[in-house]
Write a protein that binds this ligand. Structure first.
Ligand SMILES: [Zn+2]
Ligand SMILES: [Zn+2]
Length: 239
């Protein structure tokens, strides 16, 4: 399916030469710079200082329901700019390269955990109408094509119009999502390992809510991949 998403010879972000790559070497360097200082929490993928704990405070208290979550980097700098341009300015030419970036994360981070089906986090019907596209779906399609995996954008449906998570406190985010998702055809997910795709993981409430309904429907395991994640702050306040 690679012919659907041909690689250009210039950087899809800045236009500088990038033979054989989606992004030029300068942009790639910016996207990977965080790796010098941080590494992902083994469970939720939030970024932790490289020399410290391997599991974050949240996961030590309560491990997430998904097998693991991983991201391409922190929600800052160039990655944040790209997500913003893609999601809010409709720069849809970034969907394929950003999806391929996710594919690299899956290959590098998930090792022998092979998902069988790629599933995007759905938008609420109202937001889908306003934005006209679901960014997670576009990313998921590109990722699935790159890895030769099956993709299904209609597995999870959104049953109520929830408030945007971004305006809510940590606790309110969980309440907001209670009962927000359901699976459409349980036979499609039963006994299969799923890869859940979204653009950003913040508190993890959305990923946990989706994982919950998938597991209830008989899915054997869920891993989560997002473009960006948070840097674990508890480290700075852990006195
Ligand atoms: Zn570039
Ligand atoms: Zn964690």
């Amino acid at each position: 399916m690679k012919w659907l998403f041909p690689r250009p010879s210039t950087c899809v972000w800045c236009g500088r030469p990038a033979p054989g790559h989606d992004f030029c070497s300068a942009c790639r360097q910016q996207l990977k710079g965080w790796q010098e200082f941080y590494r992902p929490c083994l469970y939720c993928g939030r970024l932790l200082p490289k020399e410290g704990e391997k599991i974050c405070g949240h996961c030590r208290q309560k491990p997430p329901p998904f097998t693991m979550a991983r991201a391409a980097g922190p929600y800052q700098g160039l990655l944040k700019e790209m997500i913003w341009a893609f999601k809010y300015q409709g720069r849809l030419s970034l969907a394929a390269p950003l999806g391929r970036l996710l594919a690299q994360v899956v290959v590098a981070e998930m090792g022998s955990w092979r998902p069988e089906l790629v599933v995007p986090v759905p938008l609420t019907p109202g937001r889908l109408k306003a934005r006209s596209f679901n960014q997670a779906e576009l990313l998921g399609r590109s990722l699935a094509a790159e890895l030769g995996l099956a993709f299904d954008g209609s597995i999870i449906s959104r049953t109520k119009e929830t408030a945007p998570q971004i305006n809510l406190s940590r606790e309110k985010r969980w309440q907001n999502l209670a009962g927000a998702f359901q699976i459409t055809v349980p036979e499609k997910t039963k006994g299969r390992r799923l890869l859940l795709v979204d653009d950003v993981l913040t508190t993890g409430a959305t990923a946990c809510a989706c994982t919950g309904v998938l597991m209830k429907g008989g899915t054997t395991g869920v891993a989560v991949v997002t473009l960006a994640t948070g840097i674990e702050k508890s480290f700075y306040f852990s006195t």
